[in-house]
Design a binder for this molecule. Structure first.
Ligand SMILES: NC(=O)c1ccc[n+]([C@@H]2O[C@H](COP(=O)([O-])OP(=O)(O)OC[C@H]3O[C@@H](n4cnc5c(N)ncnc54)[C@H](O)[C@@H]3O)[C@@H](O)[C@H]2O)c1
Length: 289
């Protein structure tokens, strides 16, 4: 029986493809028969990755990409069309922030606004604008955008980042609405905490153990777990999904585990004070009343 390759001969353009989620998605698409354009400012790493994929029998090309530059977006799409003649799937994956500049509102560096908005939003908008005409001509195409939990869960940091990621979801809905009639689908993926090399480089070394200790290890993800959803959304299996944001966060955004910790702390306090008014009784709902 011949192996089923869902993306045989499809051309996939992925930004930020040298590391993390973009890299995992590129691997998955390549394994399923796609030809890949790996766009990244870390050209050396993207090139080495392209060579590695080619050695395994896949088709992959690296492009030295600067997500802050309109010109670089133009050149990237031209490069992809020259190499493979079409773009079937665009994964707008590049994104990130600097937590020092992008902190709380009083302390954030407003001059960082342009940089982060260009990388996280303008690049996604402009690349989509560039690939749409050929997708319309083909009568089909898929665009997948990377959002993030900071879009709808607030923090003491990442004010600018969260705002851009909310914008990603809004743009996704507009694109899906405007171009569905041409056979084009657009969805967003919103990851929670994903243990890429970069994330691991700034989190404390025992982060995973901390989550394990509190039986919350399911809230820490791996890049391939996000890639799985990207690949699914690009596939025909997702043909009836359009304009949506799919959260891939192990349930982080749907729980109130923090409240558990607060209650636990309260119980400990009560026990320590040895009051007759025990924590469990004060928190219990008495249905006998
Ligand atoms: N890792 C997480 O926990 C997490 C959580 C929520 C959302 N996300 C989102 O998922 C996407 C992928 O994140 P990741 O964690 O895999 O990222 P990463 O930092 O591991 O990799 C990002 C890649 O993009 C490239 N890049 C960065 N800036 C660039 C620029 N200006 N021009 C060209 N290339 C550039 C980097 O060289 C790198 O290869 C991003 O949009 C990110 O915001 C990640």
């Amino acid at each position: 029986m011949t192996e089923l390759k869902r993306f045989f001969n499809k051309v996939v353009l992925i930004t930020g493809a040298a590391n993390g989620v973009g890299r995992s998605a590129a691997e998955r698409f390549a394994q399923e028969g796609a030809k890949i354009i790996l766009a990244d400012r870390n050209f050396k790493k993207a090139k080495t990755f392209a060579v590695a994929l080619s050695t395994e029998g896949h088709e992959a090309k690296a492009f030295n990409f600067d997500a802050e530059s309109i010109k670089s977006c133009d050149e990237l799409v031209r490069f992809a069309m020259n190499e493979f003649g079409r773009i079937d799937i665009l994964v707008n994956n590049v994104g990130g922030t600097d937590p020092i500049k992008d902190s709380d509102i009083l302390n954030m560096d407003i001059t960082y606004f342009d940089k982060i908005f260009h990388v996280n939003i303008r690049c996604m908008m402009y690349l989509s604008k560039l690939v749409l005409p050929s997708m319309i001509k083909q009568g089909k195409g898929v665009i997948i955008n990377l959002s993030g939990n900071s879009s709808d869960m607030a923090d003491n940091l990442y004010t600018l980042y969260g705002t851009t990621k909310a914008g990603v979801q809004c743009f996704t809905r507009h694109l899906a609405t405007q171009y569905a009639k041409f056979g084009i689908r657009c969805n967003a993926v919103s990851p929670g905490l994903v243990m890429t090399n970069k994330v691991q480089s700034f989190l404390p070394k025992d982060t995973r153990q901390m989550f394990t200790k509190f039986e919350m290890e399911h809230l820490v993800g791996e890049p391939e777990e996000v890639a799985n959803t990207i690949v699914f959304l690009a596939s025909k299996d997702a043909r009836f999904i359009n304009g949506q944001t799919i959260k891939v966060d192990g349930g982080l955004s749907c729980n109130t585990l923090l409240m558990d910790s607060v209650v636990e702390r309260y119980k400990l306090e009560m026990d320590r004070m040895e009051t007759p008014h025990s924590a469990s009784s004060s928190f219990a709902i008495d249905f006998e009343d």
